[in-house]
Design a protein around this ligand. Structure first.
Ligand code: NI
Length: 161
């Protein structure tokens, strides 16, 4: 198969000064070789998403991968759990509250929103070890009466530039 190889020059990065001083003193450029077809697809995706440059899009991909690794390796992370449930469900509100009280060291904040006569939204902001947060999310999700539970996995930002 005939593959056209093209080379990109990636520029890293114009980051915040405090991070730059702490971890990095210079901008690094490196070349990436990939097929023209793959680059074409990448360009069309980043164009749709509104990236100003390939460098910025590639930085985001790298950051996403690093954050995923923080979770896989059980590091300290930040997360948001969102729960939608019917507060008429028997004992559900109590179970949700009990579970949160047993994870005090991870929970930074929580907010309860009454969506309508039946439905409630609870948003829980957490910072702690990935395993503990995942465990809490799993326990909340498995409670009877929960209509939807999502875990948004993010980062403390300390290891990400
Ligand atoms: Ni409510």
């Amino acid at each position: 198969m005939n593959i056209n190889i093209v080379t990109l020059t990636i520029i890293f990065p114009e980051e915040k000064l405090f991070w730059r001083e702490k971890y990095m003193s210079e901008l690094v450029r490196f070349g990436v070789s990939l097929s023209r077809e793959l680059l074409g697809r990448f360009d069309s995706v980043i164009h749709r998403k509104g990236y100003a440059s390939r460098s910025e899009a590639l930085r985001d991909l790298i950051r996403n991968d690093l954050v995923e690794r923080e979770w896989q390796e059980g590091m300290e992370v930040v997360a948001v759990i969102m729960l939608v449930f019917d507060h008429h469900s028997r004992d559900l509100q109590n179970s949700i509250t009990d579970l949160q009280h047993s994870h005090l060291s991870e929970i930074i904040s929580s907010q309860h929103v009454h969506l309508d006569h039946y439905n409630c939204l609870e948003v829980i902001i957490l910072k702690g070890l990935a395993d503990q947060i995942q465990k809490l999310a799993d326990m909340l999700k498995s409670q009877r009466g929960i209509k939807h539970c999502s875990l948004n996995m993010s980062t403390t930002g300390e290891r990400i530039a």
